[in-house]
Design a protein around this ligand. Structure first.
Ligand code: NAP
Length: 258
């Protein structure tokens, strides 16, 4: 392998991917595993999906472990980090990907729905970063990637709670970038547009809606999960060693900002 390509190697690194069992998270797990990292697959309810993902990572030659933990609860995040340290002894890479997409017009938005989405997407990012930071600091090297959304950049009608959670993640990433840089930890966000996952299955079920979505994307198609996972892999690698506090847009050109 050339010295340049070696910059993508993650051999010896230990990664946690929250919501790693399905969708974007699973693609991230597989790409990190394929580059040599040991990967912890976090999930909250679908044990079969988590097991299948762990098997896929092992099939790529990586060590892998599934940990059920609700990231919206500080105790859940603490347990995720505890289980990772017990098995692998350290944490180098943290991908905060767990999330839900649910909303309502603002005058119909219940406190319960507001809290649920903010708690999983935004508070759940903080709980895991807080729990993992002491271990990341010990290494003097670390990568944190938050999976935000175009909704956090331009807003999203009828999903103001979701957009607020995703915008909050971007502000949080920038704050941690300067706070953790002295410890050798790079913190970045990615902002995907529409991605082919369970999360959007209902929206894509209507052929007219789907066509409208595709027409609004200059590159003409909805992203695959690997379209998101490859830039995340890049951010976790040596190739991105001087990038921190950045938001990478992965949206086929649908939102041109940053
Ligand atoms: P997905 O296919 O619905 O998968 C969601 C993942 O999050 C699952 O692994 C799920 O675990 C996990 N999860 C949900 N709540 C959790 C909790 N409280 N604690 C721990 N894990 C939890 O979603 P996706 O489309 O891959 O989305 C992943 C991320 O990308 C989200 O943050 C989302 O906002 C963002 N994003 C998605 C799109 C898109 O178009 N799909 C666009 C922009 C941004 P279980 O299976 O066990 O429930």
């Amino acid at each position: 392998m050339s010295e340049v390509l070696r910059g993508l190697s993650l051999t010896g690194r230990v990664a946690i991917v929250t919501g790693g069992s399905r969708g974007i998270g699973r693609a991230v797990v597989e790409r990190l595993a394929g580059c040599g990292a040991s990967v912890v697959v976090n999930y909250v309810s679908d044990e079969d999906a988590a097991k299948s993902c762990v098997e896929a990572a092992r099939g790529l030659g990586a060590e892998s472990l599934a940990v059920r933990a609700d990231v919206a609860r500080p105790e859940g995040a603490d347990e995720l980090v505890r289980a990772t340290l017990e098995r692998f002894g350290k944490i180098d890479i943290l991908v905060c990907n767990a999330g839900v997409w649910d909303g309502a017009p603002v005058d119909e938005l219940s406190e319960e729905l507001w809290d649920r989405v903010i708690d999983i997407n935004l508070k759940g990012t903080w709980t895991v970063c807080r729990a993992a930071t002491p271990s990341l600091k010990l290494n003097g090297w670390g990568r944190v990637v938050l999976v935000s959304s175009t909704a956090g950049q331009r807003g999203e009608a009828n999903y103001s709670n979701y957009a607020a959670s995703k915008g909050g993640q971007i502000a949080f990433a920038k704050s941690l970038a300067s706070e953790l840089a002295p410890h050798g930890i790079n913190v970045n966000a990615v902002a995907p547009g529409w991605v082919e996952t369970e999360m959007c299955r209902e929206a894509f079920a209507d052929a007219d809606v789907r066509r409208g979505i595709e027409c609004a994307i200059p590159l003409g198609r909805v992203a695959t999960t690997d379209d998101i996972a490859f830039p995340i892999l890049f951010l976790c690698s040596e190739w991105a060693r001087h990038i921190t506090g950045e938001v990478i847009n992965i949206n086929g050109g649908s939102v041109l900002c940053g």
